[in-house]
Ligand binder design. Structure first.
Ligand SMILES: Nc1nc2c(ncn2[C@@H]2O[C@H](COP(=O)(O)OP(=O)(O)OP(=O)(O)O)[C@@H](O)[C@H]2O)c(=O)[nH]1
Ligand SMILES: [Mg+2]
Length: 249
């Protein structure tokens, strides 16, 4: 308890994945707290999370009334974190696509950055178990984001990230509109265009082996439009409004 690091995991029907994921997080060499943001999962993930929280003081649960998307769940989790004293606040999927063992490397990088992005595509391609079509969609999305917005990151739709507290505070979370992949793009763009320092760390992404996917055409369309909106919000610039700040120590 009282740690500086919070891992936010949004869940919707992740009952097979949550207990082993929580166990791995609590066994890391660095101490972390876990916040499960559950949207009233029909499979009882929320109840399971309460049972885990009753046994482990590092585990917390945010119950939300209905399924309202990953972006809403994360924003509620960020607000929860900012009401407490966390310095390093992570986004992480609850389906083991992201490896908890990468967390110490993120924390190392975050000492000298405002936001750390896990990247599947920097220095090679590291995606396990995806059909080629999904890989091409994801890599094509990354190119599209770069061409329209100028944001130079290799994996702008990735969902394994570590925010510094001050970085989250610099964003008006109520202004975040998007929910699917575009939520990831929107958050990163709002940080990048302020001139804050963003670094990428390579990660291996493994497709879920349990539970069901929530990917949909709506999510893709949302992202296609959002990218243009972000470019517009940035005054049609393809660079930050301000120069990146001096690295922190
Ligand atoms: N609270 C909440 N969590 C969600 C919602 N949609 C997805 N999630 C969770 O967000 C994480 C990422 O969602 P996924 O469904 O794995 O999305 P994805 O990785 O893009 O797609 P697949 O792995 O192919 O299903 C998982 O932990 C989900 O349980 C939602 O509406 N509310
Ligand atoms: Mg997934």
């Amino acid at each position: 308890m009282g740690q500086h690091t919070l891992i936010i995991v949004p869940t919707y029907n992740e009952r097979e994945n949550l207990p082993p994921l929580a166990a791995e997080l609590l066994n890391l060499p660095v101490p972390v707290d876990l916040l499960v943001a559950d949207d009233h999962s029909p499979d009882g993930t929320g109840r399971l999370a309460d049972e885990l929280a009753a046994r482990h003081p590092q585990i917390h649960v945010l119950h939300r009334a209905e399924k309202s998307g990953l972006g809403r769940a994360y924003c509620a989790g960020f607000a929860w974190a900012l009401e407490r004293d966390y310095e390093f606040i992570f986004e992480m999927d609850g389906d083991f696509s992201h490896n908890p063992e990468d967390i110490p490397r993120f924390l190392e990088a975050a000492r000298n950055a405002d936001l750390v992005l896990g990247s599947r595509y920097c220095k090679g391609i590291r995606v396990i178990n995806w059909p080629l079509s999904r890989l091409l969609l994801s890599m094509g999305a990354a190119q599209y984001v770069r061409i329209v917005t100028g944001m130079p990151f290799t994996d702008p739709t990735g969902g394994f990230k570590c925010f510094r507290r001050a970085t989250l505070r610099s964003i008006d979370l109520r202004s975040i509109r998007s929910n699917g992949y575009s939520f990831q793009i929107e958050m990163t763009h709002k940080i990048w265009r302020q001139g804050l320092k963003i670094v990428e760390v390579p990660i291996i992404f493994t497709d879920r082996y349990q539970g069901t996917s929530k990917m949909s055409g709506h999510i893709v369309r949302e992202a296609l439009l959002m990218v243009w909106r972000l470019w517009f919000q940035n005054g049609l610039r393809q660079s930050p409004r301000r120069r990146p700040s001096a690295p922190r120590t």
